[in-house]
Design a protein around this ligand. Sequence first.
Ligand code: GDP
Length: 444
Amino acid sequence: MVFAGLSERLQETFRKLRGKGRLTEADVNEALREVRMALLEADVNFKVVKDFIARIKEKAVGQELIESLNPAQHVVKVVHGELVALMGGSNSKINMAPKPPTVIMMVGLNGAGKTTTSAKLANYLRKQGRRPLLVAADVYRPAAVKQLQVLGEQLGIPVFADGTGKEPVSIGLAAAESAVTGGRDVVIIDTAGRQEVNEELMAELEAMKEAIRPHEVLLVVDAMTGQAAVGVAETFNSRLGLDGVILTKLDGDTRGGAALSVRAVTGKPIKFAGLGEKLDALEPFHPDRMAERILGMGDVLTLIEKAQENFNAEQMARMQKKIRSMEFTLEDFLEQLTQVKKLGPLEQILSMIPGLGGIKKLKDIQVDEKELVYVEAIIRSMTPEERRDPERVLNGSRKRRIAKGSGTSVQEVNRLLKQFEQTKKMMKQFVDMEKALKKSGKMP
Ligand code: GDP
């Protein structure tokens, strides 16, 4: 997961602070030095780091700190606030045109993920009740047109492509017109990129913007490119006047610093984050939630939103009731595992749960997706009674029978039982947290 290294280092720094009780100015300075190193190592732009630390110093040192009841907590709070500000404050949405269609121009370098992200965005907006039209305007690469057509087909979203060798500008204009007649309210234009930033590309995109007058120009940036991403974003912004940025490949093993710098350097919000190759792996970027993830506070809101998107309400209510009353059985576990798989890679999901954020701890509860097949086989080899109350009923000979029936081993059966217990505990935590959120008014 992106930010894992940064997250670990910051959490370690704050753990040390917490252990100290009363803090002197020297303690805070030492902690800030560590924060600075952690940010630099995470590949955050050095100018950005310098300003960041200066602002924290201003707020974290002095009278308020000495007087606060829990000084370490005070420092964490200040760092959290600054991280949120650094990433752009509140979450910013796509500006929809007062009169449809809303035209979105997607720009970026080749390989950044522009085509994939165009399709993901169309998919996302459709889930929000919109009727998107995808437009293939990368006329230089026939493969790109084909790629968008394939993605559109997968999603069942129409793709406007004109194979007659027309200019991107005329394709864009024709597409906007076809959106009006076809009753489409959002037009997403996948423009041509280049290997690197050059004058030809900029002039071409400027001309397109001038002619089409899009409501949003979104730059797609590959987070894996690190500091180079900052330079790319700066150039695109100065020439085109961006409305926002979409960072892709945040699922990768990137240090993530680019994400923290792009917004600070361009002043333009990161609107979405790409978290995988699949077409549903796009999330609105919430700076506050991301800061909480980095500081190990978990990201329960995103998790709940994802769950609500993917589980139907009746199913959720039924499961919750079972969990609350501790009637949750292995059969439900199987159903749940299949459901949870829809939310995305398990490691990503678990990292959103507070306290589980430290990636190291995840190792023992990690469920390999391929293992689901075995899990299912094991549970299917049990009698209904065994599924309902495995702890009481299962003895050695029954376990051997189940292992044999499912083509697994007794160890694997035991491991599943352990996972089941842990999941039960985690789910209870989840339900409690949801209750607390409802109570505090953070959730309807
Ligand atoms: P384009 O040249 O900018 O249009 O880039 P593509 O859309 O063809 O994407 C380039 C590669 O990046 C493809 O293999 C995509 O599947 C991959 N990709 C795009 N977004 C993401 C993401 O968020 N995560 C991961 N892991 N891969 C991505």
